[in-house]
Design a protein around this ligand. Structure first.
Ligand SMILES: Nc1ncnc2c1ncn2[C@@H]1O[C@H](COP(=O)(O)OP(=O)(O)OP(=O)(O)O)[C@@H](O)[C@H]1O
Length: 262
């Protein structure tokens, strides 16, 4: 049945989501497919680029448009930047990332100052302070959609919406019982690791590895973000996980202002 459905929908991916339902006559079953996944991926990237742009802290390419082309291709058009491997501007990237991560906290301070001034408040600020963890839209890690539903505490967001989906994937793909058991134990310990720590949501790049940073003559550039409001060390952890700076292939002859996916 699933093969027939895959052919009829023209999708290579047909993965049960686990949501089922049944009426008197028919049975319902939900599937993830690859239809529209490039669009979803690019829309998440555009929302991320726009959010980072608004902070005016670190340079990102300006997104222009997501375009649907015949043949089921989707294109993200964005500002072209003359990217080179990050080299002489790496220290400045560190400073600007700190500015990005502190931006929301500074909005909170500004909001408090303005609240104490009669007649002023958050309504007059262009970017508003965000007091939760999440993002207003789905972003993707590769093609993998990431749930960004708003949570009031970091541990819930991190455990349920970042680690748990990865553990579900492991279980689905390899049935690794040991990983499941270790995760069950670790999950109980996570809250104690954050005891007494105040975590103000930071706007994050969200996929900050060496392949997503570069520079031009004027300074550092970050691109291909999957942003959300989270713990600032999430960005540092990803950067540390891939602890090397990949040579940036931006100087190749491929026009780099568009990215195509289907
Ligand atoms: N706005 C831009 N201007 C110039 N070059 C760009 C721009 N955006 C991306 N590039 C170039 O295209 C390459 C691929 O971009 P990007 O990382 O966004 O693609 P990707 O398919 O998501 O790759 P990956 O999954 O490996 O991160 C980058 O390494 C960079 O050299």
């Amino acid at each position: 049945m699933e093969d027939a459905l895959r052919r009829a929908l023209g999708t290579a991916v047909l993965r049960p989501t686990g949501h089922t339902g049944g009426g008197c006559i028919s049975q319902g079953q939900s599937y993830d497919t690859d239809r529209g996944r490039a669009r979803r991926m690019f829309l998440g990237e555009v929302a991320s680029l726009e959010a980072i742009l608004k902070t005016q802290t670190v340079r990102v390419p300006k997104p222009i448009k997501v375009v649907e082309l015949p043949g089921d291709n989707t294109v993200l058009v964005m500002e072209h930047l003359e990217m080179k491997s990050l080299n002489r501007h790496s220290a400045l990237l560190g400073t600007q990332l700190a500015d990005l991560h502190l931006h929301n906290q500074q909005l909170r301070e500004k909001m408090k100052r303005e609240e104490s001034t009669v007649g002023k408040g958050q309504g007059q600020m262009e970017v508003q302070f965000v007091d939760q963890f999440g993002f207003h839209t789905v972003t993707c890690c590769g093609y993998l959609p990431q749930v960004n539903n708003w949570q009031s505490d970091w541990v819930s967001f991190f455990a349920r919406q970042r680690i748990q989906p990865q553990m579900d994937l492991i279980e689905r793909n390899s049935g690794d019982g040991e990983a499941r058991e270790l995760w069950a134990q670790l999950q109980l310990k996570i809250p104690s690791l954050f005891c007494g720590v105040e975590i103000v949501p930071s706007l994050l790049h969200g996929d900050l590895w060496g392949g997503n940073v570069a520079e031009d003559d004027s300074g550092p550039i970050i691109f291909d973000p999957a942003s959300f409001y989270g713990h600032s060390e999430y960005d540092l952890a990803i950067a540390g996980m891939f602890a090397y700076v990949q040579p940036n292939p931006g100087s190749s002859s491929v026009p780099a202002t568009t990215r195509v996916a289907n």
